[in-house]
Design a protein around this ligand. Structure first.
Ligand SMILES: C[S@@+](CC[C@H](N)C(=O)[O-])C[C@H]1O[C@@H](n2cnc3c(N)ncnc32)[C@H](O)[C@@H]1O
Length: 422
């Protein structure tokens, strides 16, 4: 076991860890330590290009150190930054976006972070494990697959917190001793959508207790191959409300993490597309932006890889009488990005890819002769956003404005919206 060493924390790394140098110059990652602090640390093992070190003692405290509001902070991997004053926290997230852009040679002005209140998260994925003492359900510990049992989480909406206990109990009938998996829960208008990730499909008798959990609206299962979820218990039809339109919610579908975050993103996207008559919404999900833009009077074409989401969007558009103004198409935009003549007649285009970004689509937009003159790029990963913006800027696009949105408060993640024109 190594002896504690004293170090000064220089900065916060991308995962929210304090960064320091060991006396021999080795990079140290120190979770829970803040820039400016002098701390005694003990090395725990390797981490990336350096070593992971645990704080043994804080010898000098940073002025912006805050008291964490959750008793699990430091053990549970759901949050990385509760120990940081909210204002410094927001400034750090903005700096994360700026640094990602700078790494791609983009010296752009970034607006202050739009904040989302805590206690609003309506979806989460937990690890689950059946032990001799019962079911453990919660987020993983940091840098580990070990599940930390979660009695309650201050970031979750009350409906999800109320679910944790009954769900844990009901899962005791589903999981076999030693079995582990995941459970994804999403609050919809009519009840909670529960998607179990497990190697084997549970039988009807094992699922019976779940029917007794009042808040559960549907229980589905997905195997390890990540295929299409299979509903096992359909207690109610589930739908979500997107810009006032009721849209059926397929098992495990994508929904923005909180209604407040969704409202901010919708506001920004509407702003970026204001006045556009024909809009393409790419990676459209269930139509979070498409329904808002169609409501503003635009003709919207939505593209999305998930066929169940496309079907739900079409059905909702038809029911709302938007059939002529909102069309949805199933398309894998990595393999078949919209290009050339397909982009003709489109005034504004919205991109909202998963973390991997939209490289192929950015390349197609960078080389498109005709097509949209405005682009709104929404992203939950500043690194892939910066890569895609670089491609677009090299193809003649200008980034007008960048707004980070703190969709994931107290985690190291940050969402950002970029407005481009050409
Ligand atoms: C971050 S979500 C955004 C969804 C939607 N814009 C919203 O705000 O609710 C990303 C979406 O991209 C879709 N997606 C992932 N890979 C894709 C691909 N290769 N082509 C098209 N859509 C894809 C996912 O199914 C998901 O719905």
């Amino acid at each position: 076991v190594s002896r504690p060493v004293e170090v000064r924390i220089e900065a916060l790394g991308a995962q929210g860890d304090g960064l320091a140098r060991a006396p021999d110059g080795t990079r140290l990652y120190v979770p829970g330590a803040l820039p400016g602090e002098r701390v005694a640390v003990r090395v725990q093992g390797r981490r990336g290009d350096g070593l992971l070190a645990e704080v043994r003692d804080i010898l000098e405290t940073a002025p912006d150190r805050a008291r964490p509001f959750c008793p699990l902070f430091g053990r549970c991997g759901g949050c990385a930054l509760q120990h940081l004053d909210p204002r410094t926290h927001a400034a750090w997230k903005k700096a994360q976006v700026e640094e990602s852009l700078a790494r791609r040679g983009l010296g752009l002005l970034v607006a202050p972070v739009v904040l989302v209140p805590r206690g609003t998260r309506r979806r989460a994925t937990f690890g689950i494990l059946r032990t001799a003492a019962g079911v453990v359900l919660g987020f993983s510990a940091r840098l580990s697959h070990r599940v930390i049992d979660l009695p309650a989480c201050p970031l979750l909406t009350p409906a999800l917190n109320d679910l944790l206990g009954p769900l844990r109990e009901a899962l005791a009938d589903v999981l076999r001793p030693g079995e582990r998996g995941t459970v994804k829960v999403t609050r919809t208008v009519d009840g909670i959508d529960v998607l179990l990730g497990l190697k084997r499909e549970p039988g009807p008798r094992e699922c019976r207790s779940l029917a007794g959990v009042e808040a559960v609206g549907r229980f589905s299962w997905r195997g390890e191959d990540g295929g299409v979820p299979e509903p096992l218990l359909q207690l109610r039809r589930l739908h979500v409300s997107l810009s006032g339109q009721a849209v059926e919610f397929p098992p495990g579908a994508f929904l923005q993490p909180s209604p407040e975050g969704e409202a901010e993103l919708v506001r920004l996207v509407r702003d970026g597309c204001a006045g556009a008559r024909r809009v393409f919404d790419l990676h459209a999900g269930l139509g979070t932006f498409a329904f808002a833009l169609a409501g503003d009077g635009a003709t919207v074409k939505a593209f999305e890889a998930d066929e169940a989401a496309v079907a739900a969007m079409r059905q909702a558009a038809g029911r709302a009488g938007l059939g002529g103004r909102l069309a949805a198409e199933a398309r894998d935009l990595d393999r078949r990005p919209l290009a050339g003549g397909e982009l003709k007649g489109c005034d504004a285009l919205v991109l909202d890819p998963p973390r991997a970004g939209a490289r192929a689509q950015a390349e197609a937009l960078a080389s498109a002769g005709k097509g949209p003159e405005r682009l709104v790029a929404v992203s939950c990963d500043p690194a892939t956003l910066a890569r895609d913006l670089r491609i677009l800027v090299d193809g003649g696009w200008r980034v007008e404005r960048l707004v980070p949105v703190d969709q994931f408060p107290f985690a190291a993640h940050v969402e950002a919206v970029a407005f481009l024109s050409r």
